[in-house]
Ligand binder design. Structure first.
Ligand code: PXL
Length: 282
């Protein structure tokens, strides 16, 4: 069984970051170690939140893992609490990533044209340094624009997406994946470009609703899929299909959980979809 570690916050309530990564990656048959970077009462899209930065634990925990000869098949980062923490994550990559493992960075910092409330304008530059060291990055279009300095557009063509992907590769990552790409009103999807020039895209139907935390569900599923041996295209399409199923389930539910998608009831379906992709590959 593969073992990964994910570095992101614990939002105690909110269905995002570690509370999403741990159940999804575990359900996909991959051991999920965690390195919590901050503890929040809830995510930052609530009216208020508490946040205790625990950056001071990253170094001692890493030191102990080195002493215990603990290694990881994958390192996956999500929401990071500060610029300083981005620098610490770069250092973590230097110590724990190597030729034989995979680093996935979700630069979770912005959506719908805006940085999340906890970040200053200088945060994207620090996140770009984290992206530079990743094998795969999975920004949305807002994050990609902030990382590259390109304008954020809501109406665009293939050329804009290609240029964003090329500029993301210039940061230094191995493969750039863009999420939330749409060329027709009814469809939404992802596109990637790698250093060998390989291009890929996958579209699902566009759901009328959107929920917080679906980016975290997406990235966690991609990481799980890659660790189970799916190729990147299959991992991306699996994650897209799962997110659509989570959104549909949430929309159909009457319990009024507004702050995050209901990914839990759809976990059995995720396992079935993973199995189907693994079998069709064999
Ligand atoms: O879903 C990304 C995320 C993760 N963690 C925290 C957040 C957010 C998005 O707002 O606030 C604390």
């Amino acid at each position: 069984m593969k073992r990964i570690v994910t570095l992101q916050d614990i939002s105690c309530v909110g269905c995002c970051s570690i509370t999403v990564a741990l159940p999804i990656i575990s359900a996909m048959g991959v051991e999920c170690g965690i390195l919590p970077t901050a503890v929040l009462s809830n995510h930052t899209m609530f009216k208020g939140f508490t946040c205790k930065d625990i950056s001071d634990q990253i170094e001692p925990i890493s030191d102990m893992w080195k002493k215990e000869n603990i290694t990881f098949d994958g390192v996956y980062t999500g929401y990071l609490a500060s610029k300083e923490q981005c620098a610490q994550v770069v250092r973590f990559f230097e110590r724990f990533s190597n030729e034989g493992n995979l680093t996935l960075v979700d630069p979770a910092m912005a959506d719908n044209g805006k940085l999340y409330p906890a970040f200053g304008e200088d945060f994207p530059k620090a996140m770009a340094e984290v992206c530079a060291r990743a094998d795969v990055i999975v920004p949305n279009i807002t994050e990609a624009a902030l990382l590259t300095g390109m304008p954020y557009k809501t109406e665009y063509d293939h050329e804009y997406i290609k240029e964003l992907l090329e500029r993301l590769l210039e940061l230094g990552c191995g493969t750039a994946v863009l999420t939330g790409v749409s060329y027709e009103p009814e469809k939404l999807g992802v596109a990637y470009l790698d250093r060998a020039g390989k291009e890929f895209s996958y579209f699902t139907k566009r759901c009328a609703q959107s929920y917080h935390g679906t980016g975290d569900i997406y990235a966690s599923t991609v990481m799980g899929g890659l660790m189970r041996g799916l190729d990147l295209g299959d991992a991306l399409s699996l994650a897209a299909d799962y997110v659509v199923a989570c959104i549909e389930t949430t929309a159909a539910s009457e319990d009024g959980r507004w702050y995050g998608a209901q990914f839990e009831p759809v976990i059995p379906r995720l396992c079935t979809m993973l199995r189907e992709r693994l079998d069709s590959r064999a």
